[in-house]
Design a protein around this ligand. Structure first.
Ligand code: IVH
Length: 670
């Protein structure tokens, strides 16, 4: 342990270093040291503070990690209220604003500081003697909420000011969520079948107003500062552009798009320039703000109601609109995933007409309870495809039925499968479906599958585009001359390829199963299947329950395999493959069920007291028992722990024996 006096000095030194490098990294985007070195400094400081808690200061960078949750936010009163802005929606309104300013000041031409209007959440930050002491939401302008603990987790909020600073400083700005972070957050929500955040502003507001700062800490929030509030011990700068320079000097992030412009024409040109680049910015803006640059002019003009006469927000066309959902159609991807697409009543969104939007996955339709005829919220952000974000339920026409999910693939008519709990539905006709053809044949020929040397992507594309093959089985019908007729195919390579295809006929059951491309059946699972079933025929006949007895196969993979094998289209291709000579040596079936509980099927449900679910399963399997995921008449025992749910009900309904943990342990001979 570092002795206390040395520790204090080292901690102070580390804080300065870390704050400096944080500023270079987060504000200037120009790191000087690698991340590992930064982490080392932070860890050293954490260690010192852990050993000497008295040394922890409010501006310590270790305090950025989220503190514990609070029950409610405190209130913060402001001496100088945070105002709102008057809006302009077109050039005429912009000219009217400029005229009022010119007349008010009695001058011919006005210089404006032009800034993007950031679409986030307005906040204020208070620094006493250079140290961040309080952060607040705007609230009603005068009274806001104390969100200091949350704002500390935002890396761009300086914990200590740089250079020379006034005794008291209140800075105003906007906390926002960069578009990329917003999209990542929504992609995660989608994959889990959860509710989407409507837009980055809501996401930022929701993240900043979290009672639990640990949640704020994991949302990637950023900050731009654009103004001053209370100030003690320093003159207010004479110009808005100087305010921004000062803010930069103290270490605050300031938006780089700010410019000085002259008159309404200058404002209009700035507006058009930013608008043309709007989709390429990595944060959302809903317009631009023009502020009279000279603070003396601002004071002369003053305020009306809650908005200054010296500034205006010139708004962009909205990125979100309402329109009517005319139909839902499905596209089938290369892997067989069904993506729903919304056909919309055309609507203008941020300057373009939108008539289609993505619905991501079938779970999204269910979650929104989307129905044809609904009024929906569509949103267009950046270059991404417009998305349906929500439904206005109150505008639903009377008696529209819930949406019927397709049961057959729109491309090939195979059954659609969607294992319970999955958000994505798949076409099960992997070997047959035209949408999946290229992918299926590529996978089939790959090295770890049928290992057809020389059959690369470009050749596969040619074979498919010329209608020479439509399934993997067709590969075995082609002769050398056909290959020689392909582009960029010398005679020798044609012969080699033909030989490689012929050779691939001799394979193993595991490779063959892997080559079929059943969703979520990788090499290891294919090997387990081969070892457990010995041949293809019993595997084709196996139901979900039997499949789940194979080690590592759970309900989702079992559904995928059974669904795939049940699909007649796939069966036809499998038959053709075998007729055309694909074969494998017999596999010795690995019998796992030797032991006291051999042949008995168990289902585990609820929480056990002394054993984890995994441990119970392993011990049962060690004695030869099978552990299945769902209860049926073939189940011998259901082991029910605390909070057992539907599986216990099912066991009682079917009259299956139910064991508690003690009975299980007795049975295991413990
Ligand atoms: S100045 C008196 N500048 O817009 C001036 N506001 O409707 C008041 N905003 O609550 C604000 N970007 O949340 C200003 N560059 C910018 C801004 C900006 C976004 C927001 C801010 C404010 C709202 C006013």
């Amino acid at each position: 342990m570092t002795p206390p006096n040395k520790a204090a000095a080292r901690a102070a030194k580390l804080r300065d270093l870390i704050n400096h490098h944080s500023y270079l990294y987060y504000v200037l985007d120009r790191p000087e040291i690698p991340d590992v070195e930064f982490d080392r400094l932070l860890r050293e400081l954490q260690t010192i503070e852990a050993d000497h808690p008295a040394l922890i200061t409010p501006d310590s960078p270790t305090q950025r990690v989220g503190a514990a949750a609070v029950a409610a936010f405190g209130k913060v009163h402001r001496d100088i209220p945070m105002l709102s802005l008057a809006n302009a929606y077109d050039e005429a309104e912009l000219h009217a604003f400029d005229r009022r300013v010119r007349e008010g000041l009695g001058i011919e031409q006005v210089e404006y500081n032009a800034e993007p209007k950031l679409d986030g959440l307005a906040i204020s930050l208070i620094y006493r003697d250079g140290v961040f002491v309080q952060g607040a939401t705007r609230g009603d302008g005068v009274v806001g909420e104390d969100i200091t603990r949350n704002l500390r987790t935002v890396h761009q909020v300086p914990l200590r000011l740089r250079g020379s600073y006034p005794a008291l400083l209140e800075v105003r700005g906007e906390v926002y969520m960069p578009t990329a972070s917003f999209e990542a957050l929504n992609a995660e929500a989608l994959a889990r079948g959860e509710k989407l955040m409507a837009n980055p502003r809501n996401a930022a507001a929701g993240s900043v107003r979290q009672l639990d700062p640990r949640i704020t800490a994991v949302r990637r929030l950023e900050l731009f500062c654009y103004g001053l509030g209370s100030l003690e011990g320093m003159e207010h700068p004479a110009y808005q552009h100087e305010v921004l320079e000062r803010l930069r000097g103290w270490g605050f992030p300031v938006n780089g798009e700010q410019r000085l412009v002259v008159g309404a024409a200058g404002c209009q040109a700035y507006y058009e320039d930013i608008q043309s680049r709007r989709v390429r910015l990595d944060y959302e803006i809903d317009g631009v703000v023009f502020k009279v640059d000279a603070v003396a002019g601002q004071r002369e003009l003053g305020f009306v109601a809650r908005a200054p006469r010296w500034a205006v927000a010139y708004k962009f066309p909205p990125k979100e609109e309402l329109t009517v959902l005319k139909a839902i159609e499905f596209q089938v991807g290369r892997t067989g995933a069904l993506t729903p697409v919304a056909r919309l009543e055309p609507v203008r969104l941020a300057g373009v007409t939108v008539s289609n939007a993505t619905l991501h996955n079938v779970a999204q339709i269910e979650r929104l309870d989307l129905r044809v005829g609904d009024t929906v919220i569509v949103r267009r952000a950046g270059d991404v495809i417009p998305q349906v974000m929500g439904v206005i339920e109150s505008r639903r026409p009377k008696e529209v039925p819930p949406f019927d999910m397709p049961t057959l693939c729109p491309e090939c008519g195979s059954q659609v499968i969607r294992p319970e709990g999955e958000v994505i539905a798949h076409c099960s006709g992997g070997l047959y479906c035209p949408a999946q053809r290229k992918q299926a044949i590529r996978h089939f020929a790959s090295r770890r599958a049928m290992d057809i040397d020389g059959l690369g992507e470009k050749l596969i594309d040619q074979l498919i585009n010329r209608n020479l093959v439509s399934s993997p089985a067709d590969l075995y019908t082609l002769d050398e001359a056909t290959f020689a007729g392909l582009e960029r195919m010398a005679e020798r390579s044609a012969a080699k390829l033909h030989a490689a295809i012929a050779k691939s006929r001799e394979t193993t059951l595991a490779r063959f199963l892997y080559a079929l491309g059943i969703p979520e059946v990788g090499e290891a699972t294919a090997q387990q299947l081969a070892a457990s079933f010995g041949d293809l025929a019993p595997l084709i006949e196996a139901d979900e329950e039997r499949l789940q007895q194979v080690p590592d196969i759970g309900p989702i993979v079992a559904d995928n395999i059974a669904g795939f094998m049940r699909e007649p289209h796939n069966r036809k291709v499998i038959d053709e493959l075998r007729e055309r000579g694909v074969h494998w040596p017999a596999v010795e079936v690995v019998v796992v069920n030797e032991g006291a509980l051999a042949g008995k099927t168990f289902v585990l449900t609820g929480t056990l007291e002394t054993l984890t679910r995994d441990a119970a399963r392993e011990r049962l399997q060690a004695q030869g028992a099978k552990v299945a995921g769902s209860v049926s008449r073939k189940t011998d025992y259901v082991v029910a722990g605390a909070d057992a749910g539907s599986k216990l009900d099912k066991a009682q309904e079917l009259g299956v024996a139910v064991l508690d943990e003690k009975a299980l342990l007795d049975l295991l001979g413990a």
